[in-house]
Design a protein around this ligand. Sequence first.
Ligand code: DI6
Ligand code: FE
Length: 397
Amino acid sequence: MLLTHATLATMTDGYGLIPDAAVALDGDRIAWAGPMADLPAGHRKLPEHDCAGRLVTPGLIDCHTHAVFAGHRAVEFELRLNGASYEEVARAGGGILSTVTATRAASEDELLARALPRVDQLIASGATTIEVKSGYGLTVADELKMLRAARRIGQSRPATVRTTHLAAHAIPPEYKGRATAYIAEVALPSLHAAHAEGLVDAVDAFCEGIAFSVEELRPLFAEARSLGVPVKLHAEQLSDLGGAAFAAGHGALSADHLEYLSPEGIAAMARAGTVAVILPGAFYTLRESQVPPIAAMRAAGVPMAVATDLNPGSSPLASLTLAMNMACTLFRLTPEEALLGTTAHAARALRMTDRGRIEPGLRADLCIWDADHPAELSYRIGATALHQRIYGGRLVA
Ligand code: DI6
Ligand code: FE
């Protein structure tokens, strides 16, 4: 296929804008991209798809979601707006553990069926690659069930799914006060079993006062390293526990959230090349007031990605373009940084070197937008300007 008359944002150097451009696709790969006037004769005979001046970008990448879960937390949302505190909600059986209870009770098929409509919303906002974490099972069997359901999303939809083991997300009631035992008896065995089944693209954990400390996570990250699996970390979301520096010390692909990131954490991430994944949906939902240190990360050259954090508690957000809008308005990212955050930098956060930019040899995952400038993707609130996606070289909805 040959895309013609595209306004191309290659994302190779900032936006990497090319007006009146062509993109030649060969199977599931990009064969050539550049100005129409320079199109090599060999590509001119390909079946043509006229973009009529529309913006064409790499397919968007959501590098942080918890899209597999059962139940919802809308009632808890309402209780909080009627004055209940987060603690009261938790005592009444709400909070993250209510999602764990619902997820344990659901079958793998049910989890898949509930995840697909959410994934369809992400796809409708331009996603072609989606990362999905476990972390609501918290037993060996239930973590495996979540990861198997997550893997099947990629077989059911035209999108690539990366699965992340997040057994160290919360401490279930049966391990209350025994975080170290939980890591030894559930997190490590579930990692081994899931890795043996080919279900683990990365290992993640929640480093926080209400979850796990750096010391408690050491054995998990050591095991991930010995299995050759990359790590990432939910770090500095609600407080500064030194999680980002700990993760960077393990060569982490990313550290995520980062509202309370310290200058030492920034320096460690810059040294290790760890991507900062910015999650404005959780900031917004929790009415957080501490903004991540965007200017300092920018100055230190830390690459920033933007993701939805799609989950039932802190971020029921299923639009990547809305996440980009929030990153700009709430965190002062530029629209160019926001789009790098859902393309080139998101690919890096997933260690996927074959996507996120429009360049010969990379995967032909593209979005065609009803827009003529890439800033429009971040500028609109909620409405999506997606015209069509191309996934693996094929036009798809
Ligand atoms: N940080 C979050 O914001 C989510 N997980 C995490 O580690 C919250 C997940 C939930 O509330 O269900
Ligand atoms: Fe998260």
